[in-house]
Write a protein that binds this ligand. Structure first.
Ligand code: GDP
Ligand code: MG
Length: 171
């Protein structure tokens, strides 16, 4: 059995649900209060991932940072050493999808070997959606990244999102 540890950064605009996705994945909890993340919070969880005839114990270190203004000042140090990034948009706010382009440009420049996955979050708030699953699919195709329609509130696709990332990191 092999043990690995990888750094994964959460990226996306304020209030898209980055902290909530981390909380759901790590503690299986959801909180309606909005607490803007101050600085960087690192959480970790170890998952067993099958590889060939073996099992890899992967410790996922999730790095979670506050809004984009802060990001612009510390993105280089935030992204340093990241093996992967979860790009998060909020399906109830179209601009949060467009704004991901900036984060993708940064990733390509600063961490060219990192793997990314897109989480189109708040999939439970159907009536308020400004972005359709089709538009998410088009965006993901354009950047050649995989995506999941997630809800940190219901837990939908949250585990599969992080496990998908984990699988890519142990390949
Ligand atoms: P962050 O700034 O990206 O870390 O966003 P947060 O995780 O703090 O979430 C911002 C707000 O959106 C909070 O009020 C959360 O409760 C709410 N939220 C996050 N994810 C979801 C979701 O999947 N569904 C719903 N309905 N609300 C969510
Ligand atoms: Mg946060």
């Amino acid at each position: 059995m092999l043990t690995l540890q990888k750094k994964i950064c959460l990226l996306g605009d304020f209030a898209v649900g980055k902290t909530s996705l981390v909380r759901r994945f790590i503690y299986n909890r959801f909180d309606d209060k909005y607490i803007s993340t101050i600085g960087v919070k690192v959480s970790r969880k170890t998952v067993a991932i099958p590889r060939a005839n073996d099992i890899v114990n992967l410790t996922i270190m999730l790095w979670d940072l506050a809004g984009s203004e802060e990001f612009s000042h510390m993105r280089a140090s935030y992204l340093r050493g990241a093996a992967g990034a979860v790009l998060v948009c909020d399906m109830t706010r179209a601009e949060t999808l467009e704004n991901l382009q900036v984060y993708i440009d940064d990733l390509v420049q600063l961490t060219p070997n990192a793997h990314f996955v897109l989480a189109a979050n708040k999939n439970d708030l159907l009536a308020q959606h400004q972005v359709s699953p089709h538009e998410i699919e088009q965006f993901a195709k354009k950047y050649n990244i995989s995506y999941r329609l997630t809800s940190a509130k219901t837990g939908e696709e949250v585990d599969t999102l992080f496990r998908y990332m984990g699988n890519m990191l142990v390949k």
